[in-house]
Design a protein around this ligand. Structure first.
Ligand code: 5GP
Ligand code: ZN
Length: 132
């Protein structure tokens, strides 16, 4: 059984801040910023792409509720809401989860990726590849 299934089953302890019949939100062990929280469905899904539609919708709703809770209790107003989907994208626990990372000041969480500068022709080609 995976680590988040164990947390959902209360087989291993965690600091739970929200719970309903299908979801749990608990403090991430590694607090990227204070209040860093993970939202997980109690049922095991490997990643975002594996979710059913209903669970996907509910996950965003729960994420919003938990962010509002953190806003109220920690007096924080900005957040990065992150999902690492797949190994190369940095997913280390293969039980779907959403990171809620409170942002207290600019630079609390840096994304350092360089952006690609595409020509108009490259944009058109890319667009066609996706929509056709
Ligand atoms: P990922 O890299 O898969 O997107 O995020 C996994 C997160 O789970 C990491 O931020 C890591 O700190 C957190 N984590 C891993 N194991 C545990 C655990 O046993 N308890 C808690 N609370 N967080 C965990
Ligand atoms: Zn699991």
């Amino acid at each position: 059984m995976c680590i988040f299934c164990k947390i959902a089953n209360k087989e291993i302890p965690s600091y739970i801040i929200y719970e309903d019949d299908k979801f749990l939100a608990f403090l991430d062990l590694s607090q990227v910023t204070i209040g860093h929280t993970l939202v997980v469905p109690k049922k095991h899904f490997a990643n975002l792409l594996e979710l059913d539609e209903e669970t996907a919708k509910e996950a965003l709703n729960v994420t919003r509720k938990v962010a509002l809770l953190l806003k109220e209790k920690l007096n924080v107003f900005d957040f990065n809401i992150v999902n690492n989907c797949g190994e190369k994208a940095g997913q280390s626990v293969h039980h779907f989860h959403i990171h809620i990372i409170p942002i207290y000041k600019k630079g609390d969480l840096e994304f350092n990726a360089q952006s690609n500068k595409l020509s108009e022709a490259e944009f058109k080609k890319l667009h066609n590849k996706i929509i056709k």
